[in-house]
Design a protein around this ligand. Structure first.
Ligand code: BT5
Length: 245
């Protein structure tokens, strides 16, 4: 509350005990919500990932969505905003001493397992009148994750044996996001590219995109994945991982 009151950007924080999905909630209620409203829930019954995938609800975590009305941005900058968000979360976790990395485009990994996912959704048709909803799910203080995802997912607690103050973590993420947003707005993703690259797990590795195997060579100026396949360079835009309502 104190942070929200002193923040220039984030002024509204909505706490829900339980909801289907904070992204869905924001989408359905956005006409009545202020720019930069943060919606947080303790439990999601139908948490969503990208491309109709599910986000499994894990207790004592962070599940929240940020609504940004697009008046501030043009669409070209919106696309890498998700990468920016991942970078901010990775930076904050590292300040806590967590040895986290980014998996392109916007997953945070710890010891080879996913600890955070981000779902950005654009809504509205006309440029400048739409909005972006950035959904953030972080597995924080749970001792374990459900059996069916235990090979791919983990929690901060499991990996570090530490308990995290979730309020502090949320404040740190929102503050860092707010502090760096002007740089993102002025200079775009390229301002953060070196930092992103230094923590990106995909370099020099083979990755599977739409069933095709490619070698990841670089991260481009706008956050695109620069890949090589059969000697040919292919650029994959993070836009392809964005979803539209
Ligand atoms: C994501 O999708 O990683 C985006 C997750 C966004 C979740 C937040 S929570 C608040 C807001 N409200 C929502 O409804 N969603 C957002 P994707 O890259 O498609 O990854 C989904 C995949 O991650 C699944 O298919 C599983 O393999 C794995 N997964 C599911 N739940 C997980 C969890 N809790 N922790 C780690 N991995 C998980």
């Amino acid at each position: 509350k104190d942070y929200i009151q002193s923040s220039n950007l984030f002024k509204e924080f909505i706490y829900l005990d339980e909801i289907d999905s904070t992204n869905t909630y924001v989408k359905q209620n956005q006409q009545h919500l202020e720019n930069a409203t943060v919606v947080y829930t303790e439990r999601q019954t139908q948490g969503r990932g990208r491309l109709l995938r599910k986000w499994v609800d894990i207790e004592k975590g962070i599940k929240m969505s940020i609504l940004l009305k697009l008046i501030l941005f043009d669409l070209e900058k919106i696309v890498p905003l998700t990468l920016f968000t991942g970078l901010i979360i990775n930076r904050v976790l590292r300040k806590y001493g967590v040895n986290s990395f980014i998996k392109w485009s916007n997953d945070i990994y710890l010891n080879g397992k996913k600890v955070c996912g981000i779902l950005s959704e654009l809504s509205g048709e006309v440029e400048g009148l739409g909005s972006i909803i950035i959904g953030i799910g972080i597995n924080v203080n749970a001792e374990s994750v459900p059996e069916d995802i235990k090979d791919i997912a983990t929690t901060l607690k499991t990996e570090t044996s530490q308990d995290f103050d979730r309020t502090r973590l949320i404040i740190d993420i929102l503050s860092e996001f707010e502090r760096e947003l002007p740089n993102f707005d002025n200079y775009g993703f390229s301002y953060f590219r070196d930092e992103y690259k230094s923590f990106c797990l995909n370099f020099g590795k083979e990755i599977l995109i739409n069933g095709e195997r490619m070698l990841c060579r670089d991260i481009g100026e706008n956050g695109e994945l620069v890949c090589e396949k059969d000697g040919e360079i292919i650029e994959i835009s993070s836009g392809e991982v964005l979803m539209r309502f």
